[in-house]
Design a protein around this ligand. Structure first.
Ligand code: DGY
Length: 397
């Protein structure tokens, strides 16, 4: 019988647990070279907290866990008692983690930002197109053997060019999505975020210079003064905010009512940002309304009625699911672990792909509670993006 946990480098001095199998091998080599004994859960199902606690046992120096697990006071106390210094979430989002409990237990919490920006933005674009052009519906129709030849009226969808895209959360992923939509589809842009995003605004204005030089119509780009304004004015709204007490049900029944009746709503952030029950009602009431969802309020369960609606495109949380991205995330997770075990500083630069090369910096790529734990940073200047979690409670992915 296959063992539940596969052990790599059994003689390693620092015992590390990893709650799912991860793609690639570079992450394992990084941990092995740092004298870690790595125990990896083998089954393709989620571990419950009791099993994770048992796996932590009496001696465990670090853990890599998944966004689908709840890491709260019990697990962090267990890690502390086992001598651990770091937990790393295999994700950029960390709404599944009680950061205060980790900090109280002296455990650094890592995540894996930067390397999944492109993959997640591209998937949001895919959902936008799939919703606009009714790709899910049309594919189901074809596979059901219902296609009996070309028709002038078959699955008429919506053109994106020239429409207005509303981006909620103009962090890394929201910005990448906005740039693809502007450059690829020549859409106008409204964004909603706590701070102005000069990088994005400069990008659109440089693109407008190019359009002007070609004698073509320029595009508009501005920061909305409220979420309501963005919802009212956009033809397509894409959500890229992190999940916290301010963004839970940010899109509820009243927000949906503000949207155009034939608008598109895309969510690749976290499910609870949308009130899913309200969305089901809204999609029933307005069949011309469309949504593309990669994340769900009670993942993996869907709200009753959601999967019966033809005006929805649904994916099983695939935002970062490319081979390159998932390998890169594993490398960042391993680097976070090694850096904290070795007492290296925390990286405070935007550029994270430097960790994927053969000579990565001697630093932890991303530690969420670095400030609260008083950890040293790799660079003196204030350029770091990843401040303490309290200061960034509404931080956008
Ligand atoms: C993340 O990293 O937070 C993503 O949701 C994973 O796909």
């Amino acid at each position: 019988m296959k063992p539940d946990w596969q052990v790599h480098n059994p003689d390693g001095n620092h015992r590390v647990i990893v709650t799912r199998r991860l793609p690639g091998t570079q992450w394992l080599s990084i941990l092995e070279e740092a004298d870690c004994r790595i125990e990896v859960w083998q089954a393709d199902h989620q571990l419950d907290s009791g099993t994770i606690k048992t796996a932590i046992g009496a001696d465990c120096k670090a853990a890599i866990g998944m966004l689908s697990e709840k890491w709260g006071p019990e697990l962090f106390s267990a890690l502390q008692a086992a001598g651990a210094k770091i937990y790393c979430n295999y994700a950029v989002g960390f709404n599944n983690i009680d950061i205060d409990a980790a900090t109280a237990a002296g455990i650094a919490v890592g995540n894996t930002p930067g390397v999944l920006t492109g993959a997640t933005a591209e998937l949001a674009v895919a959902l936008t197109l799939a919703a606009a052009r009714r790709i899910g519906e049309a594919e189901r129709f074809l596979r059901a053997g219902l296609f009996d030849g070309w028709s002038p009226t078959l699955f008429l969808g919506r053109l994106l060019a020239g429409k207005t895209i509303g981006v909620v959360g103009a962090g890394r992923i929201g910005t990448a999505y906005a740039r693809i939509m502007v450059q690829g589809f020549r859409t106008n842009l409204i964004y909603y975020s706590r701070r102005p995003n000069p990088e994005l605004e400069n990008f659109v204005s440089a693109y407008n210079n190019f359009l002007e030089s070609q004698g073509q119509k320029t595009l508009t780009c501005y920061r909305a003064s409220s979420i309501e304004e963005l919802l009212q004015k956009s033809d397509c709204v894409s959500l890229h905010t992190s999940l916290n007490e301010h963004t839970h049900h940010l899109i509820d029944a009243s927000g949906l009512e503000l949207m155009k009746k034939n608008a598109i709503l895309v969510n690749t952030s976290r499910g609870p940002v949308i009130d899913e029950t309200a969305l089901v009602e809204h999609c029933r009431k307005y069949p011309e309304f469309r949504a593309g969802l990669d994340v769900f309020e009670n993942e993996p369960r869907l709200a009753p009625g959601l999967n019966e609606l033809e005006n929805l495109v649904l994916l099983p949380h695939l935002g970062s699911a490319t081979n390159w991205t998932r390998r890169a995330m594993a490398i960042l997770a391993a680097m976070n672990l090694v850096a904290i075990l070795k007492g290296w500083p925390v990286w405070n630069r935007d550029e994270l792909e430097v960790f994927l090369g053969s000579r990565p910096p001697a630093a932890a790529p991303s530690i969420i509670n670095a400030d609260s734990l008083g950890l040293p940073f790799s660079h003196q200047s204030k350029l770091k993006k990843q401040d303490g979690h309290k200061a960034t409670a509404g931080r956008l992915l």
